[in-house]
Design a binder for this molecule. Structure first.
Ligand SMILES: C[S@@+](CC[C@H](N)C(=O)[O-])C[C@H]1O[C@@H](n2cnc3c(N)ncnc32)[C@H](O)[C@@H]1O
Length: 356
């Protein structure tokens, strides 16, 4: 395996148990608070794929309950998935929980709720993470968790990779605010791109390149240089192409890109191919090819095809997004959504944009 495993591999392995690191959650949430310290104030936050025993989302939101000004925190977990891989082995923490019944193999999901008035002392700490069990297995599609979704204002989690589309649709149909982690390639999905185009979904601010480390269960096979076992024997894997997907406002997306004119790009661009080839027009679109986001000409009024990584820098006040061009057959047919074609070759994935 190469240095980085990717979310596609996780999907292929049907392994949906990656554990998000506390620092990654903290960094992302802090960016929203810097923009608006009231982002989560008086809100009910649901973490619907988060085992209160180990999820860092649960830990982070519980520990920061007061700082965020939350009204209520609800964290639920799914029982069936881990049981399938591990068999049933209650953890020490689980055995100590008041709801634990040693005579019964518990296949129910867990639920942890933190209310402003939980213990009345106005102070929350991690020892308060006492959970009980749901009536069902905690599947986010179950009527029980659906009711919790309807009660929530904001849904936050790293959902199962293999169910990303379904999970986002579940949030969108309920018209909720959300912050979820996923693979950047999901932007090309036909269910997701229209939301980006309509400015109803955008990338979060804290990840725009590189890879991130996730905890993996003991049974996960570790291979390659991107894997690590810490001093406590916990396994980790590095994953590239991860992004936060959200409809929470943040500052970064309103910062326009600083760009040069077309004339200056042709003379001074750091990209040799731009200086030498300029901005050729596609054969199947009335649009020019812009192979790098930092080479977008500031003064071009027509359509431009840019790489998907443009979305990391997208400012809706600066550009309008028109289309995702990612499908391709043998040769161009002039149909919507097909990739641009240039010099007899597909250019593969491009986002069509126009200056505002
Ligand atoms: C990628 S892991 C992330 C876990 C946790 N949210 C985190 O970030 O550390 C996805 C989690 O979703 C859970 N899951 C899988 N299918 C689910 C379902 N249908 N409903 C709810 N949770 C599910 C898995 O058990 C797993 O714990």
């Amino acid at each position: 395996m190469a240095n980085n495993s990717n979310l596609g591999a996780a999907k292929a392995a049907k392994n949906d148990e990656f554990c998000t690191q506390y620092a990654d959650i903290q960094k992302e949430i802090n960016a929203y608070l810097e923009y608006d310290s009231d982002t989560f104030r008086d809100k009910t936050v649901l973490l619907p794929c988060d085992d209160p025993e180990w999820s860092n989302f649960t830990k982070f939101f519980a520990q920061n309950f007061e700082r965020l000004g939350l009204k209520k925190l609800i964290s639920t977990s799914f029982a069936a998935e881990s049981k399938k891989y591990k068999g049933y082995e209650p953890t020490l923490w689980e055995m100590e929980a008041p709801a634990f019944d040693p005579g019964k193999v518990n296949t129910n999901g867990k639920i942890f709720i933190l209310d402003r008035d939980t213990d009345g002392d106005g102070h929350v700490n991690i020892d308060d993470l006492q959970y009980t069990y749901l009536d069902g297995d905690g599947d986010f599609r179950s009527p029980e968790v659906r009711r919790l979704r309807d009660e929530a204002d904001v849904i936050v989690t790293n959902p199962p990779f293999s169910m990303f589309r379904e999970f986002l649709a579940w949030i969108v149909e309920a018209k909720k605010q959300f912050l979820i982690l996923g693979s950047m390639s999901a932007v090309a999905y036909k269910e997701i791109f229209p939301l980006i185009k309509a400015d109803r979904l955008w990338y979060g601010p804290s990840i725009s390149s590189g890879d991130r480390e996730f905890g993996v269960p003991d049974y996960y096979p570790l291979e390659g240089a991107g894997c690590r076992i810490d001093n406590n024997g916990r396994k980790f894997i590095r994953v590239k192409g991860v992004r936060w997907f959200t409809n929470l406002e943040h500052g970064r997306r309103h910062e326009p890109l600083r760009l040069m004119s077309m004339k200056d790009n042709l003379r001074y661009s750091k990209h040799k191919d731009v200086r030498e080839n300029g901005y050729p027009k596609y054969e199947n679109y009335d649009a020019i090819e812009v192979p790098y986001t930092d080479a977008i000409p500031a003064d071009y009024d027509g359509l431009m095809g840019v790489p998907i990584t443009f979305l990391d820098k997208y400012c809706p006040e600066q550009f309008e997004i028109l289309d995702m061009c990612a499908s391709h057959g043998k040769e161009p047919r002039g149909i919507p959504n097909e990739s641009p074609y240039l010099n007899g070759k597909w250019v593969y994935n491009r986002v069509l944009i126009r200056k505002k």
